[in-house]
Design a protein around this ligand. Structure first.
Ligand SMILES: Nc1ncnc2c1ncn2[C@@H]1O[C@H](COP(=O)(O)OP(=O)(O)OP(=O)(O)O)[C@@H](O)[C@H]1O
Ligand SMILES: [Mg+2]
Length: 238
């Protein structure tokens, strides 16, 4: 983040646990308006837990989450969404027996005001337009991922949390997805991405934070990260 830029999202030293199992140990990072920031890390380091903490799905035990100057720590998930944070979870929760169109329409019903309509979503994801009458359950993995992102956009978020969007997708599909997310970014959307896929992330992100065992162990621009071979080897085993 350019020094002096006011962050839209500030995560400040959060500690999060599932019952007695402590997962995050003082995670802090910032996201500025219009930025794409990536949380990188291997399996189980706490990427999803960080996103769940922001959304209020697993509120942190201590620390603060500040969204546009407002403390939202522990706010209910629907409130966080209503304040403009959209979450695309890693398990692609679409309605399998509803059509693509119906999935979008359901999402639009609990929306905050804004510019996203099904028409705009179809412009961003042209492949979905041709599938509008197909049931969600019959879509491919890549199409389901697109629909999951599209459905979240229908809620008019200002910040999009994308949890491992590339996971389990074929390389060509990942390539398309990256282009589409890049277009959302060019459109002005602020994005927080959680990923293990370094190449996918570095092509999209302005800055990266590497997580290891529930702590931030590296922070830098994508360019700095790309040039630092030792960080890749140490924390991402590449
Ligand atoms: N509901 C839960 N109850 C108890 N422990 C959990 C729960 N969800 C996750 N954990 C544990 O918390 C730790 C961090 O998990 P998390 O899902 O945040 O990691 P992650 O970085 O998203 O991993 P992945 O890349 O596999 O998605 C792991 O040790 C995991 O086993
Ligand atoms: Mg995860």
């Amino acid at each position: 983040m350019a020094s002096g830029a006011e962050p839209v999202l500030a995560v400040e030293a959060i500690h999060t646990a599932y019952g007695l199992s402590r997962v995050l140990f003082g995670v802090s990072f910032r996201v500025a308006a219009g930025e794409c920031v990536c949380l990188l890390g291997r399996n189980g380091v706490g990427k999803t837990t960080t996103m769940r903490s922001i959304m209020g799905l697993t509120p942190p035990a201590s620390g603060r989450i500040v969204w546009k100057g407002r403390d939202i720590t522990g706010a209910a998930p629907f409130r966080v969404a209503a304040l403009g944070i959209g979450f695309v979870p890693e398990d692609r929760r679409i309605f399998g027996d509803l059509t693509v169109w119906e999935n979008l329409d359901v999402a639009a019903r609990r929306t905050r005001p804004g510019g996203f309509t099904a028409e705009r979503v179809f412009e961003l994801f042209p492949a979905l337009r041709g599938l509008r009458d197909r049931q969600g359950g019959f879509l491919s993995g890549g199409e389901q991922q697109m629909l999951t992102v599209a459905r979240t956009l229908m809620g008019n978020p200002e910040l999009l949390l994308l949890d491992e969007p590339s996971e389990g997708l074929a390389p060509l599909v990942v390539h398309h997805l990256r282009e589409q997310i890049g277009r959302l970014k060019a459109d002005g959307l602020t994005i927080l991405l959680a990923e293990q896929n370094v190449d996918f992330s570095l092509n999209l992100a302005d800055r990266v934070y590497v997580l290891e065992k529930g702590r931030v162990c590296y922070e830098g621009t994508s360019r700095e990260f790309r040039e630092d071979e030792s960080i890749r080897q140490q924390y991402l085993a590449l």
